[in-house]
Write a protein of this length. Structure first.
Lengths: 291, 743
């Protein structure tokens, strides 16, 4: 009994310690978000005082207070009312992200279905190529992409950013995993019932692989929403820039607006994350599971 | 599921929120963008338009004046009225005018009497002056004569003493060698004495010359040209013959030098004296005769003289000397005759005079002593001759002197520029300074000659004493007494000779002083002038009376100002001022300094009357000059043709001056001035931004070459022809301001 009690107490203590560590880690992880939120509601002079040693020429160490000394909506109002550039870039980001998502759906879903459900000669090589390409960072692909886009006359257009992302291998890889999980019996039954391949894909494959498609979409959205290198490399015209390039343009004098912009930028990603949280988790898990 | 829907709704709201703020921020952005008008630099001319309003005024104003202190009874015109030549302007009261005329006539009569009084006074003064001069001349003659008498007496006494000594020696039989030594000593003494007297005479002559030079200088300084004055003025002093102290003195000068000549020089000097006499202009008949007789007269004078016996012993030099003396005397007499106008009678008088003077001296002269005596005599006479310079020949001389010295006073009367006493003294000082060195030299010569004479005299006396001491005591004593008597007489003679010199100089100075002119007196002429002025004034009054006190317009014109009032008296200023219409009109307008830069004489302007009824084009500007009353204001004058605008009409002048073409001209509204007073313009530049292609303003410093009220010409190269310059904006535009071009 005593042993049981001791075990119980130890179990409770261990649980408490775990909690403590987790909370601590959560706080550390969440700190940047809190940093952004408090910065967005701070007055410009306070930001300059605190961040001057880092961003400006002031002496001493940078400071930060979780609650601003002089809370103000000035930065947010300035961003919303006086910065049409922000909105231009916001909508550019929306346009790019949605276009990429749409492209990935159109080209990625059939590709993933084909690779998951059909056998054909060279399938292994294709899968290998997909895998290799997925692992390659943007810096490796940047030059070939630039040359190709320049050859196609697509530089300095949104398509220069959208098209490479549309044909990204990562969503195919995620969705292939989900489509692969569709039972073969169901497909056989459909075939017996006289359904063709396209009908099977549309009526059985897509609905059954929807979680995969959604998780792929969410991951794709987050990636394209935060994309920096591609637009910076392929877009010269500022009017075409996505929101991710808004912040690099901001200095210490507009730090408040930078924080407000970060907050606004955070919102759509956060909302989408909350909406598709379970699909996202499934997607990340699917990517992590080894066959 | 409900949570998902809620999240979806939130997402939708978020996007709606973003969309709405997109719209709002864009609206705000556009609101913050300045709307501007732009233009490109263009090639054009900068024209300057000068517009000014002025008035038409008359070219010439005419002042109508009348006699002062006249009562105005009626004024028949009013200001602004146009009148014709001969129109009645105003009338004055006749009664007052008559009184004024009468009063003026009475005043003139008084003035006339004053003129007569002044003339009479002047004549009396002149006569007094003449009398004064005649007196001085007479005194001179008397003084010199008495000195001559004393000199003659001393000479005679000396001759007697010598004769006695000679006789005694003859009777006592003095040894030849003794007499030879003593004679040599005596000769040496005589030479020294002669030299001393000569030096003394020269000194006296020099003093006389100095006095004469001083008088000359003063007279010249005071009269300017004495002779000119003489010729001009011969009316005041009647009975005075022409002649001048100058002439007299000039003539005297050579005589002095001639008189001072030694025995051997007498012959040489004679012709010069004659020649001098010959230069005198109006020479009487007597002079002619005497000149012809000059050689003979010297001889006849000698022959006629009772002392001829004495002179027989004298050397030829002596006779020549004597002859010269006579001739000199005649010459002077002739000159005096010329001056005084007396004629031939005087020619004899100097000769006689010299003979007379010679007579006492030669009476007792012993033949053996003639040489010494005559020397002295002749010297004496020549010094007498000096004395005659001022008025030789006594009576005649005094007349001549009177005539001669009167002349300067006439000059003085004719001259108006008399000098002050201080200036005259200054002149005198200068002249005396010029002569001072010669005077000092003459004085030193006199001193030296005196010392030498005294030494010679002492040597002679010592020899004589030694000789007499060795001789027989009785005879020696007698001879000693005789020698002493001779010495005493000699001393007396020397003293008399020096005294004669002094008298000559002193009296001559008195004569010259009396010749100095009196202060000028122009009162008679001044009174005459006053009378003439009154006469003119009366003429004007009578003219006014003749027109029955009515004053008429002298020309066609317009009355611009009336200074008289009915019932009041007139003043000596303008009664009525009128514009002379016959002389035309001109347009006068005021312009600013800025406008003055563009309009000048000869430019053609357009003139428009205030009511725009009449326009005159291409009227030439006749003058542009700075206003005397206002700073930075200029007056433009345009001569108007006849029958154009009326006097007083307000007229607008317009003128446009075009510059040469400038390649870079912008509207003046595009030009700005910064805080450093530098001109700049704002041009639009295209920028690529997040918002697309946007326009921003940029400052460009420029240099303005020329500008008018609309355009400014910029230095070439300031702007390109493609650049858009902001000419107008709906708000303040600064460097890097966003702008939007209004279409």
């Amino acid at each position: 009994m005593g042993r049981h009690l001791a075990g119980k107490v130890f179990g409770k203590c261990g649980k408490g310690a775990v909690w403590l560590v987790l909370v601590l880690m959560a706080v550390i992880v969440c700190f940047p978000v809190a940093f952004v939120v408090s910065g967005a509601f701070s007055a410009q002079w306070e930001l300059e005082q605190n961040l001057g040693p880092v961003l400006g020429s002031a002496e001493g160490m940078a400071r930060w207070s979780l609650l601003p000394l002089a809370p103000a909506f000035q930065s947010l109002v300035e961003l919303l009312m006086d910065s049409p550039q922000f909105f231009v870039m916001f909508w550019n980001s929306v346009k790019i992200s949605l276009s990429i998502l749409a492209g990935q759906m159109i080209f990625g879903i059939p590709a993933a279905w084909g690779l998951a459900r059909f056998s054909f000669p060279g399938k292994g090589i294709v899968q290998m190529i997909y895998l290799v390409l997925m692992l390659m960072p943007f810096q490796v692909l940047m030059l070939p992409e630039y040359i190709i886009l320049n050859g196609m006359g697509l530089l300095d257009t949104h398509l220069a950013v959208i098209l490479p992302a549309v044909f990204s291998t990562f969503p195919v890889f995620i969705m292939q995993r989900f489509f692969h999980g569709v039972p073969e019996a169901v497909l056989e039954a459909a075939r017996i019932d006289g359904a063709g391949n396209f009908q099977i894909f549309c009526s059985i494959g897509v609905p059954l692989g929807l979680p995969g498609i959604l998780s792929s979409g969410l991951l794709g959205f987050l990636e394209s929403w935060n994309m920096i290198e591609q637009p910076q490399t392929f877009l010269k015209t500022k009017a075409l820039w996505p929101l991710s390039l808004f912040l690099p343009e901001i200095g210490l004098e507009e730090a408040g607006m930078g924080f407000a912009a970060s907050l606004m930028m955070l919102v759509p990603a956060l909302l989408l994350f909350l909406c598709g949280q379970e699909y996202l988790e499934q997607g990340i898990a699917a990517a992590a599971v080894k066959e | 599921m409900g949570k998902k829907k809620k999240l979806m709704r939130i997402t939708a709201l978020f996007f709606a929120f973003i969309f709405s703020f997109t719209v709002l921020s864009r609206a705000s952005w556009q609101y913050g963008t300045a709307v501007v008008n732009v233009s490109r630099p263009e090639n054009r001319m900068i024209s300057h338009r000068v517009v000014s309003t002025g008035k038409v005024v008359q070219n010439q104003e005419l002042a109508v004046v009348t006699e002062p202190d006249q009562r105005v009874t009626a004024i028949c015109v009013k200001e602004g009225q146009q009148v014709k030549k001969g129109d009645l302007l105003f009338e004055i009261e006749m009664k007052l005018l008559d009184e004024k005329i009468l009063s003026q006539q009475q005043e003139m009569e008084k003035q006339k009497l004053q003129v007569q009084d002044a003339r009479s006074q002047k004549e009396v003064s002149a006569m007094q002056k003449a009398d004064q001069q005649a007196q001085a001349a007479e005194n001179y003659a008397l003084n010199t004569e008495s000195a001559s008498v004393r000199l003659a007496r001393a000479r005679r006494q000396l001759s007697e003493a010598r004769k006695k000594l000679k006789d005694f020696r003859k009777s006592s039989g003095t040894k030849p060698q003794d007499s030879g030594v003593e004679e040599a000593l005596e000769n040496a003494f005589q030479e020294k004495q002669e030299a001393y007297l000569q030096a003394a005479r020269e000194l006296a002559q020099l003093q006389w010359q100095i006095e004469k030079a001083v008088d000359d200088a003063k007279t010249q300084a005071q009269t300017g040209s004495a002779r000119a004055g003489l010729e001009l003025n011969d009316t005041v002093h009647t009975g005075m013959r022409e002649g001048s102290a100058d002439g007299l003195l000039e003539d005297m000068t050579p005589e002095v030098s001639a008189g001072s000549g030694q025995n051997g020089r007498a012959g040489e000097l004679l012709p010069s004296a004659g020649q001098k006499a010959g230069e005198v202009s109006s020479i009487g008949a007597g002079w002619e005769e005497s000149r012809d007789q000059l050689p003979e007269s010297s001889v006849s004078a000698l022959a006629a003289a009772p002392e001829d016996a004495l002179l027989e012993d004298t050397t030829p030099e002596l006779s020549g000397e004597s002859g010269w003396q006579d001739t000199e005397g005649q010459t002077q007499g002739n000159m005096q005759a010329d001056i005084s106008g007396i004629g031939s009678a005087q020619t004899d008088i100097p000769g006689t005079d010299s003979i007379q003077m010679g007579n006492p001296a030669s009476d007792n002269v012993q033949p053996g002593e003639g040489s010494w005596d005559d020397d002295v005599l002749l010297e004496d006479d020549s010094s007498e001759g000096d004395g005659q310079l001022g008025g030789t020949g006594q009576t005649d001389g005094s007349q001549g002197g009177g005539g001669g010295t009167e002349a300067p006073s006439e000059n003085q009367n004719g001259s108006t520029n008399s000098l002050t006493q201080a200036q005259l003294e200054e002149v005198e000082k200068e002249v005396r300074a010029d002569w001072q060195s010669r005077l000092d030299a003459a004085q030193s010569r006199v001193d030296q000659a005196l010392q030498e004479k005294e030494a010679a005299q002492a040597a002679l006396a010592s020899y004589q004493q030694e000789r007499l001491a060795a001789a027989d005591s009785q005879e020696a004593q007698t001879e000693q007494q005789l020698v002493e008597a001779v010495q005493t007489a000699n001393d007396a003679y020397v003293d008399a000779s020096l005294a004669a010199n002094e008298v000559s100089v002193t009296s001559g100075r008195a004569v010259a002083s009396s010749g100095i002119p009196d202060a000028s007196n122009s009162s008679d002429r001044m009174n005459e002038i006053t009378y003439e002025q009154m006469e003119l004034e009366l003429g004007k009054l009578e003219e006014l009376k003749a027109s029955r006190g009515k004053v008429y317009a002298p020309v066609d014109g317009m009355i611009t100002k009336i200074n008289i009032t009915t019932g009041e008296k007139t003043s000596d200023t303008t009664a009525i001022l009128m514009a002379d219409l016959e002389k035309g009109f001109r347009f006068v307008a005021e312009i600013t300094r800025e406008q003055e830069k563009y309009i000048g004489t000869g430019d053609l302007v357009t003139l428009t009357s205030g009511n725009k009824k009449m326009t005159l084009e291409e009227q030439e500007v006749t003058a542009v000059r700075a206003s005397e009353e206002q700073e930075d204001i200029y007056e433009v004058t345009v001569e108007l043709p006849a029958d154009s605008f009326d006097i007083g009409t307000a007229v607008t002048m317009e003128f446009e001056k075009k510059s040469s073409a400038y390649p870079c001209c912008i509207p003046l509204s595009a030009l700005h001035l910064d805080e450093k007073n530098q001109t700049y313009v704002l041009v639009t530049d295209e920028y690529q931004s997040v918002m697309g292609t946007e326009l921003r303003a940029r400052k460009v410093s420029v240099k303005v070459l020329e500008q008018n009220e609309s355009y400014a010409a910029l230095e070439e190269g300031s702007l390109t022809s493609q650049q858009q310059v902001i000419t107008r904006s709906d708000r303040t535009v600064e460097e890097q301001s966003r702008v939007r071009i209004q279409k």
